[in-house]
Ligand binder design. Sequence first.
Ligand code: PHE
Length: 338
Amino acid sequence: MTEEIKNFKKKLSSIKINNEKELESFRLEYLSKKGLISSLFSKLKQVSKENKKFVGQQINEVKILANEIYDLSKIKFSSSDSNQKFEDYSKPIKILKLGSRHPISIVKNKIIDIFLKIGFDISEGPEIEDDWHNFTALNLPEYHPARDMQDTFYINKNPDWLLRTHTSSVQIRHMENNKPPIRTISPGRVYRNEDISARSHCFFHQIEGLYIDNNVSFVDLKQTLLHFTKELFGKNKIRLRPSYFPFTEPSAELDIYWGLNSEADYRITKGTGWLEILGCGMVDPNVLNNCGIDPKEYSGYAFGLGLERIAMLLYQIDDIRTLYENDIRFLNQFSKSI
Ligand code: PHE
């Protein structure tokens, strides 16, 4: 049956209607009570219960297509008829399908909202970066081993160019061009030369945050992250685990207590109840120096998180690739979220 519908669709899209007479035969053949589309609908009875919904939707799409062809041709012929000057406003309107936001955009907007409310602004930068902004200014000089942590796509034409591996590069640009106090979040797409699998992809999206002012301390970082966790996940138990990033000192990983209330909780937290959410730390004085900010006068914190990971958690998506396939059936599930 699906094959039949497919062929039907193909046939429909190739039809040419040249005049009003042909338009009427089109209507009789396809759209009338005894027309082909009605007969397709009557065949739905033979379809098995589990396929009915899917096949029904497909026939509906065919019907919408046929109606569109009919309506468009009708407008064409009636507008060339000089007697018919007025549109008939009493005719029923055509209902257009509403789109929906992509889950990555939904999560991005939610996070942006949380930080805008506490005084952060938004900064953006280029996806093709130079070595200075992506690495060297972030305390990763040329032969630093931690460069390997971020498998990088370089650009052949110019060895100094690369696809940014994180949006920390935007923080550098922001510090170079602004004086403290700085409170900014940088959302954007980043690239890493990783194998594509259910859990990783060669590009993903990040939001990084940066706060520089007099006397900013680790306590400020912790309180801000606690606030963020409460707002986004409705969870209020967090822990900061010591970690390493070249651009922060000390560095930490934020875990939130997700709980162990369901089988899925056991699976995603590997039985511990804890989930790693983001990397963070106090901006290394070398980084401040590199951007012309005096570390004796100012201090600050930074953090960075991957949006895909958060979207997958919040919407129980278990394969990152579904986020990029643009399958309408997947995307429509988010039409109720804002
Ligand atoms: N830039 C880090 C990454 O992409 C995240 C991070 C940002 C960690 C800021 C600490 C501070 O993995």
